[in-house]
Design a protein around this ligand. Sequence first.
Ligand code: SF4
Length: 88
Amino acid sequence: MIPLPPCKKCLLREMAEGTDALLEVKKALQRLPEKDLAPEEVRERRLACCRGCESLSAGTCLLCGCYVELRAALRQGGCPHVPDLWDR
Ligand code: SF4
């Protein structure tokens, strides 16, 4: 069977091959105090923007190199696009 290429428009949590990276993202977030994390509804709203963005590639933002699931979870996180696509 020919392996499938990574899904360019998927988040890590949606990709089988993103499992290791997703675990690292979760570990990094667990080390942060709650006050530094964005509420769940904010994270999901941000990630919905990322999923429709041409700069998303296999769970990574091509403008900054971050895993979007990490960036979106940070209270002070922002979208590197100008203008900020999360604020629309
Ligand atoms: S540019 Fe913004 S909306 Fe697009 S993938 Fe990066 S963080 Fe997400």
